[in-house]
Structure formats: structure tokens, C-alpha cells
Design a protein around this ligand. Structure first.
Ligand SMILES: Nc1ncnc2c1ncn2[C@@H]1O[C@H](COP(=O)(O)OP(=O)(O)OP(=O)(O)O)[C@@H](O)[C@H]1O
Ligand SMILES: [Mg+2]
Length: 454
């Protein structure tokens, strides 16, 4: 089983890829949301400090402000402060020079607004930069900032944890997906195993369609249908080889016996001649059978119609009636054609099909009766029927008439039983059918052929 073609491998890979992508997207979303929350918390902390500064600086004597601010704010090493009063003196400052230099170029807000500043050294700072009005009427210019790096270590650990969790989940879901896919495809393997058991000698076996899942049930039923047809065809083929051997054996045995008898003692020239004549007859019969079989094989092959041409069937029938005229006179039969029809088909094949029906009708017609060929066209089909009066064919024999080598009791010695099989093959090559109706009043064979290529 090639890996590239295996449905299980493909589905597993697809499942693993989708699971990994979904988990990775989820991981990125979780990480970004956590990071966003941390920054928001940083700003809330800065805003709280703004309120605290306002309280500390506004309540109490002005000359103690710097001290009060230092005592309260110096425990927050993570936050950079730079607080200036309205006279320009610095009350409290922990901000590095680079941050102060950056702040000097930035607008001073009147209410707290959140800023993300990138300093000259590339660091990112979350900052508030505002003018605060105090309770005693004076003002402060306050700068507070937190380095974005503050959570770097935590975020890195979080990233690692997420990556490990995602990889583990992707591996687990891929393995699980692989297992599920393999389990799901098991019925397919069962079907394949069952199919492998079916050989020419075990064509009666069928796939178990009912135990297959719904999606495979139809496939199994279709395959079973195909097996049934194959079994039928195979049986017919076996029967045909048997019949063929049987057919060929009789004339060969006849010849062999005659030749052995003649060779057993010295004979007159006349006796040798008789034997040769008799052998020639048998050989003629064999040649006829082999020729008919070859013709049948060609007519039954797909695309058997060599070429189509417009054929006037009345002319074909007339030439055949003329051909059979002498034979008919011998048996005091009258031959008649009714109607006319034209068809796109193969003249030689149609000639042969009608000839086969006519020769049968002449063989089986009651002496002194009429053999009638009727031609008609209607609804895009052309009907050719050949009727003769005679002993009706038993209904149970009707389905077998068109089989190869089938012949009735009376025809046992003068035909091979291939005429009707050939006629049917010709009808099918033209996209048509042949049927028979046999009643006490007579027997009618009818060819129904589409007038143009179907
Ligand atoms: N018009 C008919 N009336 C009665 N029986 C018929 C008629 N046509 C055919 N059959 C029966 O059908 C059998 C098969 O006919 P088919 O033409 O295939 O073979 P065949 O005439 O015996 O031999 P072949 O045509 O090969 O010389 C005949 O042997 C005969 O028993
Ligand atoms: Mg015949």
C-alpha cells in the first residue's frame, strides 16, 4: 500500500494539520489576550498612583509634599516617576534621563491618557503624562511609566507552557485521529478481503453488503450485481465450450470411424471415393460451424457494426425471396413480401439476419402454405417480421431458441443451431431486438431495429 495513496495516511495527516493549526491559533489568541490584560493592569496601576499623588500632594502643607511623595512612592521600583510642581522644582523623580528626554517632547494631557512610548534605546514604556490640579489650587506635572519588559519573564514562561501544551495536544489528537480513521476504514479492508476470496471457481460468493457502513453498502451492492452478471456470463461461456466440443466431436468421430473401417482392409477405388465424399460432407459441416461461430464472435464484439449505410429492406427481402424461390417451389410454398422500409444499417448483416429467419420459416412451414415477410416503419423503428404456418413451438422452448447450438428435434441433423444466435447478435449490433411469437396459426419472428443510429 503506497503511503501517498493511502486514505488513512491522508486523513490522519489532514486531521493532524487541522488540529495543530486550530490549537496554534487558539494559543496565539490566549497569549495575546493575556498580554493585553497585563498592559491594561499596568495602566490601572498607574491611574491609581495618579490619584494617590493627587491626595498626597493636595492634602497637607505644601513644603512637606516632596517628603510625603518620596515616602509613599519609593516602594514602587517598577514604576518610573517624575513629578514637578508649578514652580518648576522636582518633587520626586525616579525616571531615567532617556525617559525624561522623551517626555519633554510629548504633549501634557489634562486627564490621564494611556501612551505607549518607544524610547531612543528601543525600550517600550506604558506612560501617563499629565497636568494635575490639586485641592489647594496649585498644579503638578506628573510623569509615570512602566517598562513593557516588566512581564517579559512571565510571558516567556507562559509562551513555553502554551507551546508545550499545543504540541502535546496536536500529537494526542493526531494519534487519536489516526486511530479513528483506521477504525472507520476497517470495513473497507473487510470488503477487500472478501473480494480477494472470490475467484473464477468461487463466483457464487458475494460481498456482505449489509454489514458494510451506509457509504459502502451501495458500492458492495454494485459489485455484487457485477459478480452476478459475471457469474452468469461465465456459466454461459462454460456451457458454450461444452456445447462446442460436443458439436465438433460428432463430425470428427464420424469421419474417424469411416476412415478406420475403410483402412482396415484393402478396398475398391469406389469404396475409397465414397468415404472421401462422406468425409467432405462432414468437413463441409465443420467449416460451416466454424464459419458461423467466427461470424457470431465478430457480430457480438462491441462496436461490431463495420459501417452503416441507407438500406432499402424491400430490395434485400426481394432478392432473398428470389434466392429461395426454387426451394419454396419444391415444398409448394408461396413467398410474399408486404410493405417496405428503409434503415441505416449494414446491408450484409441485415441480409444475413433475414436470410436466417427465412431459411427457418421455409424449413418449418407446412407444405402448401405461405411464408410472409412484412416490413413496416413507425416511431423511428423498423419492424421486419417473418411468418410461417406450422406446428407451434412449445412455450417452454421459446427462451432457448436464440441460444447457441440450440435446435429442435426436427432440425437435429440439418443445422448447427447458430442461425438465431447470429440473428440476435446482428439485431443487438444495430441497437435492436428480435422476438418470437408462436401460436397454433403459425410462428412469427420479428426484428425491431432503430431506423437511425441510436
Ligand atoms: N419458424 C420456425 N418454426 C418452428 N421452429 C423454429 C422456427 N425457427 C426456428 N425454430 C427452432 O429454433 C431452432 C434454432 O434455430 P436456428 O436457426 O438457431 O438453428 P437451426 O435452424 O437449427 O440451424 P442453423 O440455422 O444454424 O442452420 C431450430 O432448430 C428450430 O427448432
Ligand atoms: Mg436456422
Amino acid at each position: 500500500m503506497s503511503l501517498r495513496r493511502s486514505i488513512a495516511v491522508r486523513l490522519t495527516l489532514l486531521f493532524a494539520t487541522v488540529a495543530t493549526l486550530v490549537l496554534a491559533a487558539l494559543g496565539v489568541a490566549i497569549y495575546l489576550s493575556a498580554r493585553h490584560d497585563l498592559v491594561a493592569q499596568d495602566f490601572i496601576e498607574l491611574e491609581n498612583k495618579v490619584a494617590l499623588i493627587s491626595d498626597l500632594a493636595g492634602n497637607g502643607p505644601a513644603d512637606g509634599r516632596a517628603l510625603r511623595l518620596r515616602e509613599a512612592l519609593s516602594h514602587h521600583p517598577d514604576i518610573a516617576f517624575h513629578i514637578i510642581d508649578d514652580r518648576g522644582s522636582v518633587l520626586f523623580s525616579t525616571a531615567p534621563a532617556l525617559l525624561r528626554a522623551h517626555a519633554r517632547l510629548q504633549p501634557i494631557d489634562s486627564t490621564p491618557r494611556r501612551h505607549d512610548w518607544i524610547l531612543a534605546d528601543g525600550r517600550c514604556m506604558h506612560a501617563l503624562h499629565l497636568r494635575q490640579a490639586l485641592a489647594d489650587g496649585s498644579q503638578l506635572i506628573t510623569l509615570l511609566a512602566i517598562d513593557d519588559d516588566r512581564h517579559a519573564a512571565f510571558l516567556q514562561r507562559f509562551r513555553h507552557l502554551l507551546a508545550i501544551a499545543i504540541i502535546a495536544a496536536a500529537v494526542a489528537s493526531s494519534l487519536l485521529g489516526g486511530y479513528v480513521v483506521r477504525r472507520t476504514l476497517r470495513p473497507l479492508r473487510t470488503l477487500a478481503d472478501e473480494a480477494r476470496q472470490i475467484t473464477a471457481g468461487r463466483l457464487q460468493r458475494r460481498l456482505n453488503a449489509r454489514s458494510a457502513p451506509a457509504e459502502l453498502e451501495q458500492l458492495a451492492q454494485t459489485l455484487n450485481g457485477m459478480l452476478a452478471r459475471l457469474q452468469q456470463d461465465f456459466a454461459r461461456l462454460t456451457e458454450f465450450s461444452g456445447d462446442l466440443a460436443h458439436e465438433l466431436r460428432t463430425p470428427i468421430t464420424n469421419m474417424l470411424t469411416q476412415v478406420q473401417v475403410v483402412l482396415a482392409h484393402p478396398r475398391s477405388n469406389e469404396a475409397y471415393r465414397e468415404t472421401l465424399v462422406s468425409c467432405a460432407e462432414e468437413l463441409q459441416r465443420l467449416a460451416q460451424i466454424v464459419g458461423d461461430l467466427l461470424y457470431l464472435a465478430q457480430a457480438e464484439a462491441p462496436g461490431a457494426l463495420p459501417s452503416r449505410e441507407p438500406v432499402a429492406l424491400d430490395a434485400v427481402v426481394d432478392s432473398l425471396l428470389e434466392f429461395y424461390e426454387l426451394l419454396a417451389e419444391d415444398r409448394q410454398l408461396t413467398l410474399r413480401r408486404e410493405g417496405a422500409a428503409r434503415i441505416d444499417g449494414n446491408r450484409l448483416m441485415l441480409h444475413r439476419a433475414i436470410a436466417n429467419l427465412l431459411s427457418n420459416a421455409l424449413k418449418h412451414a407446412t407444405t402448401g402454405s405461405e411464408v410472409r415477410v412484412r416490413l413496416a416503419e413507425a416511431d423511428g423503428v423498423c419492424r421486419i417480421s417473418v411468418h410461417n404456418t406450422g406446428t407451434p413451438i412449445a412455450p417452454e422452448l421459446l427462451p432457448r431458441l436464440f441460444d447457441r447450438f440450440y435446435r429442435g428435434e426436427r432440425s437435429r441433423h440439418d443445422g448447427a443451431g447458430l442461425g438465431l444466435a447470429i440473428t440476435r447478435a446482428i439485431a443487438q449490433a444495430h441497437g435492436g431486438t428480435v422476438s418470437v411469437v408462436s401460436e397454433p396459426t403459425g410462428t412469427t419472428f420479428e426484428l425491431v431495429l432503430p431506423r437511425t443510429r441510436p
